[in-house]
Design a protein around this ligand. Structure first.
Ligand SMILES: *Cc1c(COP(=O)(O)O)cnc(C)c1O
Length: 392
């Protein structure tokens, strides 16, 4: 099928919920993608932070193939090996105590919100159900996680939304304290706001937030759907903040491209969601978990240190280009934001780069880079060369 045929069919038969860039993708290798006509694109997106191991990663392909031949799905009424092993690895590598597996980021955050409300209900009874989130955050597209998202533009059309959310300014502990009306059960944050523009929280603020939550018996919920699984140069970003969240959600990169998500809870929260309180049919799928095990295998400490180095290399490389349309870079590891200067828009810049063979994302008013974690120096240099040639 040609690119044009894919576009025509998509426009005719797939619901028009996405504003797409005018590129069709057929296959990939490493961090390079190809359209049906054979044109190459350097991938600085990894499908929005998903394909951590890039494309055609042989051990990952083999693990999926082998597991698909052996057992594709049972249900959570029976025991299987891959999710049990993956949960063990995640707990041992983070200090968390248990995992619930789901399928997408929004769904994982729903589980995290349910856990927080039940923790408080079990201990204090009804009426302590408010969750404070941060302005400019993004937590998902379900009716509840839209409301959890601290941006007014998301609180439209789909009324009535779930009650029980208030919003505090990111980095401002006084504003967060001001949201306390005696009904709060938890605070939920992204340590680096992703969709909001790649905005890392200050470490001092996060440590003070942790102390405040401990004092008030509010659960500290960390949404690592985008920052988790090596993206920031540690397995989870909370490890760089010297933190052990009560509950943490993950999704995007966890299985390197197959749909999988989940939450991890610490010892205090381990027993909150007992039998019958939470479930999902596809959760803990053995094929997805087998893929997740390969991702964990690749993400050694040495590999994670390389992710930090690659992030530094790309940021320095972009700043050294001194492009008139781009300002400073920010971020952690291979989660990078680039400011767009006045007079230019991120959408126009992204479109130009994509047309010329470099796939890139926007976030907030800036550009966002989330390359596959396995991206090579040669691929990064090719991407930088396209930036230079197109934007100089
Ligand atoms: C992408 C994202 C979500 C939503 O994940 P889906 O898999 O699209 O439901 C939630 N939180 C954060 C921080 C995200 O980046």
């Amino acid at each position: 099928m040609t690119s044009q045929m894919m576009k025509d069919l998509t426009h005719q038969y797939i619901m028009g919920t996405y504003g797409r860039f005018p590129v069709a993708i057929d296959h990939g290798q490493g961090a390079t993608l190809y359209d049906p006509e054979g044109n190459a694109y350097i991938d600085f997106t990894s499908g929005i932070g998903v394909t951590a191991l890039g494309y055609g990663h042989q051990p990952w392909v083999d693990a999926i193939t082998d597991q698909a031949k052996k057992l594709v799905h049972t249900s959570n009424l029976f025991y299987t090996e891959p999710p049990a092993k993956l949960a063990e690895l995640l707990c041992k590598r983070t200090g968390e105590s248990c995992v619930f597996f789901a399928n997408g980021g929004g769904e994982a955050n729903e589980g995290m919100i349910k856990l927080a409300r039940k923790y408080s209900f079990d201990k204090y009874g009804q009426g302590r159900s408010t969750i404070v989130t941060l302005k400019n955050s993004f937590h998902g597209r379900t009716i509840t996680t839209l409301k959890a998202t601290g941006q007014d533009v998301f609180h439209n059309f789909f009324f009535p939304f779930t009650e029980g959310f208030r919003y505090a300014e990111a980095g401002n502990l006084e504003d967060l304290k001001a949201q306390d009306q005696g009904d709060v059960c938890a605070v939920m944050v992204e340590l680096v706001q992703g969709e909001g523009g790649v905005l890392p929280l200050e470490k001092d603020y996060v440590k003070a937030l942790e102390a405040l939550c401990a004092e008030k018996d509010w659960l500290l919920l960390v949404d690592e759907v985008q920052t988790g699984v090596g993206r920031t140069g540690t397995l989870f970003a909370f490890q760089q903040y010297d933190l052990l969240p009560d509950v943490v959600s993950f999704a995007k990169g966890i299985a390197g491209g197959l749909p999988m998500s989940g939450i991890m809870a610490n010892e205090k929260c381990k027993a909150v969601l007992g039998p019958g309180t939470h479930a999902t049919t596809f959760g803990a799928n053995p094929v997805c978990a087998a893929a997740g095990l390969v991702v964990q295998d690749v993400l050694s400490d040495a590999f994670l240190a390389e992710v930090q180095e690659k992030g530094d290399y790309l940021r320095k490389g972009i700043e050294a280009l001194n492009l008139p349309c781009l300002g400073k870079t920010r971020g952690l590891g291979l989660m990078i934001g680039v400011a767009v200067n006045d007079g230019w828009t991120n959408k126009d810049i992204a479109n130009k780069l994509i047309e010329n063979g470099l796939l890139i994302l926007t976030a907030g008013p800036g550009l966002r880079l989330l390359p596959p974690l396995v991206i090579t120096k040669e691929e990064m240099d090719q991407g930088l060369a396209i930036m230079k040639q197109v934007l100089a």
